[in-house]
Structures are given as structure tokens and as C-alpha cells.
Design a protein around this ligand. Sequence first.
Ligand SMILES: CC(C)[C@H](C(=O)O)[C@@H](O)C(=O)O
Ligand code: SF4
Length: 416
Amino acid sequence: MGMTIAEKIIAAAAGVDSVKAGDIHTVELDRLMSNDGTTHLTIDMYNNKLKNPHIADVKKLVWIIDHNIPSDSPKTAASHKKMRDFAREHGIDFWEGKGVCHQIMMENYVRPGELIFGADSHTCAYGALGAFGTGVGCTDYLYAMVTGKSWLLVPETIRFNLTGKLREGVYARDLILTIIGKIGAAGASYMAMEFVGDGMKNLTMDDRISMCNLCVEAGAKTALMEVDDIALDYLHARGREPKHCFKSDEDAVFAAEYDIDLATIEPIVARPDFVDDVIPAKEALGVKIDEAFLGSCNNGRLSDLRVGADLIRGRKVHPLVRFLVVPASNEVYEAAIKEGIIQTFMEAGAIVMNANCSVCWGSCQGVIGAGETLISTGTRNFKGRAGHPDSKVYLASAATVTASAIKGEITTADKL
Ligand SMILES: CC(C)[C@H](C(=O)O)[C@@H](O)C(=O)O
Ligand code: SF4
């Protein structure tokens, strides 16, 4: 029987010829990413719960402080210090204040065919480079850290066959929100979401990362794409080579298949408090906003900043709105400075912040108060996600967020 990309990666990591959905295998992991959301808990368990604490292969570990950087309280400072000291003592690859973990991983580590655990739910982003990335809690992380291995229940795969091209003013973020709205927040629970088809050639790496990143909001275990020239160019430009480039076999078994013509997608907004509660952005016009956020591991890349800057050039942020612009990494930040994008945002009155999770995470910068409304390119809009439980978060593309920041209410770029 043929195998899917997910099955092939797991088979390789398990050292067996074939696997099928539903099997459980012990797998060798290629990388283990962890950030300041939970690493302090992992360290506590490592120090206090293990009889023989050790790290199987320190070269697999990447630790990144990105959620609350610079630290916002003595408590955060202490947990960062714990992480920093441990990383230094054990020689772990350590990043602090250089960008959001998944962007750092894409830019510097991920290789096609790898199996990567991240102590963060959006680790599925790595599928944009044909890697099986999945989020784990800190107990599973610790086990993998100590043994270099873990176990995996082989997921079923849902396949999305994409054709055509997104229309002008429509973005990958609109596409993935549409898909999540269609299948629902549990529509891909413990499954791999695989994206293939002619339409892929019209999607850039930034688009692909944005799509794979958000698949966990449909419950996906992972997201996967075939490795084509666009992916290889990205990889080679960063001096890396694939481990394996897998495609699903013709006779592979899929749990469901969808055909999507990209030209049918329109600007979308997810309403508070659920990512799958999506409506056409044109049905949300006029909702007053207090803050707008352009950033995160979903939409803080250079192409997103370009879209925003092109819209806001020669215009101003609405006087009643705080517009937070947060590059996803310093690589993005520096490129945006060189292109004059940062200058454009500042001239328009935006608040440009350091590369971090910012208000996507809602416990560091830009937190909103009771009764306030945020429109965001962040990943989630759950109750209280950006601050007070009585605040509201709408999710949308970089274009819709920037247009709304200018108008002071939800609007789309074509209505400016
Ligand atoms: C802090 C971290 C564990 C969390 C996650 O797992 O996704 C965060 O990144 C988020 O987006 O909610
Ligand atoms: S940017 Fe948002 S989704 Fe991404 S890792 Fe940070 S908090 Fe999580």
C-alpha cells in the first residue's frame, strides 16, 4: 500500500519500511525546539523528577526566548534566567530576542524530511519545508530530550488539492482561514493536512508557512507540503540541504480530499472567540477597533510587512488606534529596514516593536483592556487571548489589518 508524506517521514524516523495510519512507532527525532512559554517547567522536571538527568544529543536542542522578550516582570526575568543559565551550562543552541521561535526555526534549522518536536502548538509550520513538525507538552519534550526519541501514533492525512491563483488583494491567510472555517476547529483532529496541486506554484514560502502554521487551529497533528523548487530555493539560500524530499504515493490512502480553486477565495475575518468562526471580511465592515497588530509567526514576515507598508504609505494610522507592527525575526526586521518599510510605518504613526510574539500572545506587549477590540494577524482569538476576558479579537490578513488600522474600523484594502 502506498504511503503519505507523513507516513514516509515517520517510517524513516522509525527505521522501518512502511507504516500506516493508526500504527504506533518509536521514532528518532531530528530537532527539539522549546521557547519561554514552557521551558522553565521542563527544566524544573529535569532537575527535580529525573533519577539520572542527562541530554541524549544536545545538538538536537534549540531554545528560544520569544514570547515575553524583553521580560515584562521579575517572574518572567527569573524564568528567562533559568532557561539562559541551563542552555549555557549544557551548550544548547540558544536564541533570545531575535524573533519568534518558528520563524527562527524556518530560517536556520528546518530541513525537508525531518521529524521535529516543538514545545509549541504551531510547530506544524515546518511542513512548508516538507518537515513533520508537531507541538508537544513539556513532559513529552523532556522524554525526547533525555532519550532523543519519542512515540507517534501515525496520523491519517486530509489532502487539499489547490488549483489556480489567489486574486489581487487576497492572501494565504484568507485561504487558510477559509479552510479552517470549512472543516472546523476539530476538522483535522490528530490528522496531517497535506497541500498539493498546481496552485502551489503560485504560493510563496511566506504563504506556505502561514498556511501550515495555522493548521493546528483545525486540530491538525501536522501540516505537510511537497518540496519543490520554491522550497529548495529557500533552503539553499540558507545553505541547507534536504534530509528527504517525500511525496505521497499515488495509491496512498487519504481520510478526505478537497479541491480548492484559489481564485474563489475572498478576504476573510475570524470573529471573536473562535478561529473557525469565519465570515467574509465584507460582512464585518464598520466594527470599531482600538488596536491593530501586524506580526506573529503567522504573518510577521517580509511579504506581510510589504503588503502593510504599500497600503499605509502616504496615509496615517487612525488617531484612535494603536497600530503595532512586529517583524517575526531580526532577519525580517533588517530586510524591512533596508527596504524603507519600517520608516514608512513610523511615518504613518505605527508603533514598531522588537521581533517577538507581542500581542499574539497577549501577556507581554500591547495587551488590550476590558471592552477593547483588536484586529490581528496573530494565530488565535480565544476569549482573553490578547488581554482582558472582556476584550475581542478579530483575525485577518496583513492587508485587512492594515486597512482597518487606517480606517479605525474593520475594512478591506479595496475600500480605503
Ligand atoms: C506558549 C506556547 C506554549 C503557546 C503554544 O503552544 O502555542 C503559544 O505559542 C500560543 O500560540 O498559544
Ligand atoms: S507568535 Fe503567537 S502563535 Fe506564534 S509562537 Fe508566538 S504566541 Fe504562539
